[in-house]
Every structure is written in C-alpha cells, then in structure tokens.
Design a protein around this ligand. Structure first.
Ligand SMILES: CC(C)(COP(=O)(O)OP(=O)(O)OC[C@H]1O[C@@H](n2cnc3c(N)ncnc32)[C@H](O)[C@@H]1OP(=O)(O)O)[C@@H](O)C(=O)NCCC(=O)NCCS
Length: 162
C-alpha cells in the first residue's frame, strides 16, 4: 500500500514537528515536545509521514520493545506454548495523522508500515501490541489487521507476527 507523493521515513531532526496538529492536544504536545527527544534517546523509534520535497511531519508512529505475559498471549492465540513467562513484542506506542489528511488512508498506511518494520526487524518480535484509544479504534485494528484484544475489559490489542 502506498499513497502517491508521500513517503514514510525514520524521524530526523531536519523534519519539523512544531506545528503538528491531529486534533488531539495530548498527541500534539507529544509530537511537538517529545517525539524527537524520545527518538534521539532511543526511548522509542519514530517513523514519520512526509510529502517531499516538503520536510514537514504529517503523521507518525513510534515503536519500542515490550513484553506480554505468556498466559495472556496464549489466551489471545498469539502463541501456542513458549518456554518463557513473557513473550517479546513491539509496542506501537503512538500513532497520529495531521487533521488535514485524516480519513484518506494515511493511518492505515502508517500501521501497515509499522507491522512490516517489525516483521523485518532482525530481533524478530513475536507480536505487535497497541493500546487503542477507544472502542471504535479497537474495531479499526480488528477490521484492518485482525488485532485481538488481550482481555475484554482492556483495550490492549495484539497481532501475531509470522
Ligand atoms: C486514528 C488516526 C491515526 C487514523 O488516521 P486516518 O488517516 O484518519 O485513518 P485512515 O484514513 O487510514 O482510516 C480511516 C478509518 O479510521 C477510522 N477512524 C479514524 N479515527 C478514528 C477514531 N478516533 N475512532 C474510530 N475510528 C477512527 C475512520 O472511521 C475510518 O474508518 P474506515 O476505514 O472504515 O473508513 C487519526 O484519526 C488520528 O491521528 N487521530 C488522533 C490521534 C489518535 O487518536 N491516535 C490514537 C491511535 S490509537
């Protein structure tokens, strides 16, 4: 999946985030104040949506290592019978698209790129985990990529990587 004229690239200090606006103030503050800091200090790796030759950030996602309890992962069908108490995975921690571009497929493009990035990672995470913001977004993750809820009372979702 690709959208003509746009590209996804690892974050770089040359890509300005200061005016990023996705309509969610917490996410805007994260994009403007924390995204580059966390990327630079390896708290979380960020990839950004760009429309070259413009360098402005139009969207982004972050990935960082995480672990899921093996019992929960088995219940969700992520694994069968691993030898360790926890299963290693990647956390899709932040995801946002600028308001002007929402509803045009860029969110799907970013999540699909994040999944591909994890599949190709030499550390071979077993699963990708996301904390969906609300129930509607849970449905979005299920419908587009077959993420599964780890338990009915939480919005933590997981997708097995193969
Ligand atoms: C969530 C977000 C990244 C989706 O990006 P997008 O580019 O608008 O998404 P796409 O165009 O790829 O997909 C649109 C679909 O997502 C759904 N969608 C978008 N935002 C949604 C929301 N907040 N709740 C429920 N569904 C949402 C739309 O209904 C649409 O559904 P469809 O595919 O059945 O038509 C974007 O709305 C955003 O940045 N929101 C603010 C930040 C945020 O809430 N991040 C948390 C992510 S867990």
């Amino acid at each position: 999946m690709s959208l003509p004229g746009f590209m996804i690239a690892p974050l770089d200090a040359a890509y300005p985030c200061a005016a990023f606006d996705c309509g969610n103030e917490e996410m805007n503050a994260y994009a403007r104040n924390r995204l580059l800091v966390e990327h630079t200090h390896r708290v979380a790796g960020a990839c950004v949506l760009l429309c070259p030759p413009d360098r402005t950030v139009h969207g982004f996602f972050t990935l960082s290592p995480t672990e899921t309890q093996t019992t929960r992962a088995i219940a969700a069908g992520v694994i069968e019978s691993p030898p360790y108490p926890n299963v290693g995975g990647a956390l899709l921690g932040r995801l946002a698209v600028s308001g002007a571009l929402q509803g045009r497929g860029f969110g799907k493009l970013l999540v699909t790129h994040a999944i591909k990035t994890c599949i190709e990672n030499p550390m071979r995470p077993r699963c990708i985990v996301v904390d969906a913001k609300d129930d509607a977004l849970c449905t979005w993750y299920v419908a587009n990529w077959a993420f599964m809820r780890l338990s009915p009372d939480r919005r933590r979702m997981v997708l097995r990587l193969r």
